[in-house]
Write a protein that binds this ligand. Sequence first.
Ligand SMILES: [Fe+2]
Ligand SMILES: [Fe+2]
Length: 264
Amino acid sequence: MPIELYRDDRHACLMFTDLIEEDGQAVQSNQFLIVDSGTGAVIDPGGNLAFNELFLGMSQHFSPQKLSYIIASHADPDIIASLDRWLTSTPAQLVISRVWERFVPHFTKVGKTEQRLIGVPDGGGRLPLGRSELWLLPAHFLHSEGNFHFYDPVSRILFTGDLGVSMMSGRTAQVPVTDLKPHLPLMEGFHKRYMVSNKVLRLWVAMARQLDISMLVPQHGAPLKGPAIGQFFDWAESLKCGIDLFDDRNYQVPTVQINGRTMV
Ligand SMILES: [Fe+2]
Ligand SMILES: [Fe+2]
């Protein structure tokens, strides 16, 4: 069952947290459906594991033939590997960074993305959706080279892809976090390795602080709400990550043997 992050007469934001069975192999992921005036967009619909349930969930709000967009924050498998099925089952256009527009056709059968792809320039933009719009905000290198976040001015939710994520079960991810401190151990390791640098985090925080945000909702783990939003900005601004932490010790010719499934 999806969580309703927001709803009014013509607009709704739904979050699916548990479409992927927790068998330990695939990381927990959230998928999002924005509904506005009889149409909608799926944000970061994920891989084939999530397709059926998300498609069914969407059908309860409007006909799949009314889906306007499949929106991808970046091109990772947990974001958009189900692209071929979405393009087959709906008339929606894929919205993704120009950096990835010539790479994502590898997820589909030949010719499937023709006339179906909106390549977003690095500066982002405002995308009409029903009677509203979604703001496509630059979030490059957080973590992907061509990366966008999505701000919904109706619900004031900022969808942040892999930024702000935490590692937890789908059930736990349904409960928004309001105090960041006890939540940090679930976030820290991921951000230190997957985010590219403190410089980019600071640039992003300076942009994000200008928005009126009701909730910051990542693609893995729980949404951040209330005081946790400002606490997250403070934490991200001071976090050393990615290339800040890498030096010559990380680039040595390896001597470790890799045996079968486990590493010694
Ligand atoms: Fe990713
Ligand atoms: Fe992800």
